[in-house]
Design a protein around this ligand. Sequence first.
Ligand code: SAM
Length: 456
Amino acid sequence: MPSVFIKTYGCQMNERDSEAVAAQFVAKGYSLASSEKGADVILLNTCSVRDQAEQKAIGKMQNLAAEVRRTDDDVVLGFLGCMAQSRGQELIAKTGVDLVVGTQKFHRTADYVDDLIAARRESIVDIAEEQGSEAKIREHIDLTGVTGGGANARQLVSGFVSIMQGCNQYCTFCIVPYTRGQERSRSIEDIVAECRGLAAAGYKEITLLGQIVTSYGKREIGTCDGKSAFVQLLDAVHEIEGLQRVRFTSPHPKGYGDDLAEAYARLPKLCESAHIPVQSGSDRVLKLMHRGYTRERFLGIIQKLRAVKPGIGLTTDIIVGFPGETDEDFEQTMSLAREVEFDNAYIFKYSPRKDTPAATMENQVPIELREERHARLLAQVNEIADKRYAAFLNQKVQVLVEGPSRRNAARLQGRTRCNKIVVFEGADRHIGQLMDLKIERVGSFTLYGDPAILNL
Ligand code: SAM
């Protein structure tokens, strides 16, 4: 059977989509190639959030097409995901690919490749909407029987489950509502069944995924006994036997009601960590962005979460150089980052996106200024993060051991409840275990535990 290589750009949702597509191929008997070299099918699952991500994928495909087609005309090349959705047919002419599959059609990918290999069709573009597509990202690669640790063991420990598709927020900078469509949520029963399957296969941790998970089930399920649909889902997933940890990403600040803050106190498996995109510290810019909250409201959420869980790990996304952002606005973002003291922040230079309102706003910020602000904010975020990581020195932490360290496969890596990576020396039998470690050294965004003082 042919081999398929899938390269993923962008967020964890894209990673999850790729895993589900890979599982379709495995179910049909294809093998998964570890690189594009020699693969019979090469698919790039793309991101559209910033122009740079699109250009990277287009450049990669143009190089691949030039190289692969020189020696083998039968290799199937394709784009999947967000950029496939937003650019569609034009990608065929621009890059010479055979296949373009949009965000509501991932589940059809393997069938389309079969058709292309059997030469039943010359090229395929499918970016139509499909009702019920939110429930189609459900297959996981079956690793039952895989033994001996290694990269596969990492996947058996921690799994991702897509709970919804789309976004209705329409932030003025963001292309996602156009590439992923309107919000559609899966049912609680369906999601719980998928999570149960993962737990039965040995997974210990599940991360629930969505563009804005806190909007989960608003329309389809609604509030019950003061609990949002998302908190009802957390309650249901929390009940699953065998699961030891539950996480989610990304929430929207607007969705942080008291019910969610209380869930951290109520549900022991819910890890005290949150990635809450703030985007800006200036009320004026937040309004222009159509974010739906103020700086004060955001700070109130942080206060509430730290009151419930003082050690909670907090990360965020920030955009610098949004159209019309003045020096004063940017200083407010700097001061918000100082006030909150995030454990980390992903800082993005504003990138104008097709069809979004911000792309045609007046006062676009020059690229040099966007770069300067990015560098200043990054330096400050890193300084604060160093201080926060240093506070772990000599502390005892509990980690879930995921597998070999990404940087040094001779060591293992685990994750604390507050989402810090800890590298330590251990054995394969530790993978999938909860372990107490003492932190003996602190690196950049990594902690190091000493095996000699395991389980103090
Ligand atoms: N759904 C999440 C939310 O809106 O809170 C975030 C999803 S987005 C895939 C990840 C991050 O990319 C955003 O939080 C934002 O900081 C950044 N981003 C989105 N559009 C952008 C743009 N046009 N330019 C720069 N960064 C952007």
